[in-house]
Ligand binder design. Structure first.
Ligand code: SF4
Ligand code: SF4
Length: 119
């Protein structure tokens, strides 16, 4: 089994939140990851974790930082630029905001919430 397929399998094993979804993921970490760990504490949703070979993103927790920051924090700190949007699975701002609300039910995001879509 290749490293990529092992990681995909691990991704599937991640416990997911009960959110309706018909996609696989938004921001992803590529195999260029050097396991520096810089991204993990920056994620507002605790979506990033150490995988068997590289760090991984739980797609059910990733909001592309919508609701918290105006850019993806993992991408901002990654020294090798390997946190990238999956071009095959674009997600709309409203869907990402709804996910943020599900993850943080006590937070008031208001109308002027930070979002990479508003940069
Ligand atoms: S884009 Fe934001 S929410 Fe998604 S994994 Fe990176 S830091 Fe976390
Ligand atoms: S910051 Fe980049 S290189 Fe470092 S662990 Fe995260 S994804 Fe990997």
């Amino acid at each position: 089994m290749t490293a990529a397929s092992k990681n995909r399998r691990k991704q599937k094993d991640v416990q997911v939140l009960d959110i309706e979804r018909d996609y696989t993921m938004a921001t992803m970490i590529t195999e260029e990851c050097i396991n520096c760990g810089a991204c993990e504490p920056e994620c507002p949703n605790e979506a990033i974790f150490e995988g068997e070979d590289i760090y991984l993103i739980n797609p059910d927790k990733c909001t592309e930082c919508v609701g918290h920051f105006d850019e993806e924090q993992c991408a901002a700190v990654c020294p090798v630029d390997c946190c990238v949007p999956d071009p095959n699975i674009p997600e709309a701002e409203q869907l990402l905001l709804n996910r943020a609300k599900t993850i943080h039910p006590d937070k008031d995001f208001g109308e002027e919430f930070p979002s990479r879509f508003r940069n």
